[in-house]
Design a protein around this ligand. Structure first.
Ligand code: AMP
Length: 419
């Protein structure tokens, strides 16, 4: 009866937080004008390979369907959204899309890494300038604030800048430079000595490796980059992006070692962490990937966006003893024979927006009150024959503050005043 490796059921405690996050996400999308949609769960393998080539097969679920077509489950939302945006030639630019849905990856399962998980995702298609990227980052910061994470760290990188710096310090070009940029990406995961060993074996000199590792530790704001590397090394767009973010009072660091997928990102890259819980890994990641629209036949449009892992966010929130502000619960308890009356009253309370729970297990009155306590009801309403004859019920405050008889017709007003 066990589940496949890397899969789990979504328990109510987690699913409630997922719905809370979805709600905040949707609200923020509305504020920013990102239109929600969901790309297909299944894509043809060819489309899934567009981003990183056939090597993606190692990381995804793919199979041949009964009609002999090679297909695969979506591993992110970006590919499907981009395919959609590029196929709709009549849509006015910019196309701002958002999605909140599940994805499948053949990742090695571990803490905060699953084979089936949810992502929230916003993408802007059309502009190639940094204003669209600034909006993506501003969205992300707002979204994390909305769910209650105030202490996020935003890291920015710029692939063009890093590439030029690596070329300058090593005298190398093209694929060799890309290899050393991949080393930068590994700096947080591997010790310096291990990297030196690995890259010496690939034929790089100790001096080249050490120079690149020295670059990798540089972090700071725009001024740090300008003074360390000089005006000419910082692309104009990165400068504008930094200036807009500064004006919006968004804290961020530019980091040389943040490069992410090199086959894919063309300039800016973003990563977001929970500042008080760095071990969780990135809560969100993204960047500018103008290359994908051109693979899908629209070289004239730019693309930038970000995707966040919902389960990681749930873990981060749960570690902060996050609790959802739930609707107060009212428990309606009754003596056998008064079922009709109890169900009518419960319906009325629900129609007024109260969360009302009624016994459906034919329990005794005392067992019903135990249940009311167990589920954390704020108050119980007791329907008893003698009181009900007088059209009254007993309202019992579960925190033992009061127990009063209330006329049925006044009950809703009474609860509104006292709950
Ligand atoms: P990516 O699409 O790889 O850039 O990932 C975007 C975000 O999704 C990451 O920052 C994580 O928060 C989350 N994520 C990626 N892979 C997994 C996974 N296997 N399990 C859970 N969350 C993940």
């Amino acid at each position: 009866m066990s589940l496949p490796r890397g899969f789990r059921d979504y328990f109510p405690e987690e699913f409630e937080i997922l719905e809370f996050i979805r709600d905040k996400f949707v609200r923020r999308c509305t504020l920013y004008g990102f239109r929600l949609m969901e790309p297909s769960t299944l894509e043809s393998l060819e489309v899934l390979e567009a981003k990183s080539g056939p090597s993606i097969r190692e990381e995804i679920y793919f199979f041949r369907d009964k009609g002999g077509r090679d297909v695969g489950l979506r591993f992110d939302l970006t590919v499907g959204l981009t395919r959609y945006a590029c196929s709709k030639r009549d849509l006015p630019l910019p196309i701002k899309l958002a999605s909140f849905a599940d994805v499948w990856r053949y990742d090695e399962p571990q803490r905060a890494r699953y084979r089936w998980f949810y992502q929230w995702d916003v993408e802007t298609y059309g502009p190639k300038g940094p204003e669209a990227d600034a909006e993506i980052i501003s969205f992300t910061k707002g979204m994390f604030e909305d769910v209650g994470l105030k202490d996020v760290q935003i890291k920015l990188g710029d692939r063009r800048m890093v590439q030029k710096l690596v070329e300058d310090v090593t005298g190398l070009k093209n694929s060799k430079v890309l290899e050393l940029m991949r080393m930068l990406d590994k700096m947080d995961k591997k010790e310096k000595d291990a990297l030196i060993k690995e890259y010496s074996a690939k034929g790089f000199s100790l001096q080249q490796i050490e120079e690149v590792l020295k670059l990798g530790v540089v972090e700071g704001d725009l001024n740090v980059m300008l003074s360390r590397f000089g005006e000419g090394s910082v692309p104009e767009g990165l400068r504008t992006l930094s200036e807009i973010l500064k004006e919006l009072e968004i804290k961020f660091t530019i980091s040389i070692k943040v490069v992410r997928g090199l086959d894919y990102y063309t300039s800016y890259v973003f990563e977001v962490f929970d500042g008080s819980n760095l071990e969780l890994g990135a809560l969100a990641g993204g960047g500018r990937y103008d290359i994908l629209p051109s693979i899908f036949g629209r070289p004239e449009i730019g693309a930038t966006g970000i995707a966040g892992g919902v389960e990681r966010l749930i873990l981060a929130l749960r570690q902060k003893k996050f609790s959802l502000l739930q609707l107060p619960t009212i428990y309606v308890a009754y003596i056998r024979g008064l079922e009709k009356e109890a169900f009518k009253l419960v319906e009325e309370l629900r129609n007024y927006g109260f969360r009302a729970i009624v016994d459906v297990s034919r329990r005794s009155l005392s067992k019903q009150l135990e249940e009311a306590d167990r589920i954390g009801s704020l108050c119980s309403i007791l329907i008893l024959p003698s009181e009900f004859k007088e059209e009254k019920v007993i309202v019992k405050d579960m925190r033992k503050k009061f127990e009063v008889k209330v006329e049925v017709k006044r009950l809703v007003d009474f609860l509104k005043d006292h709950i």
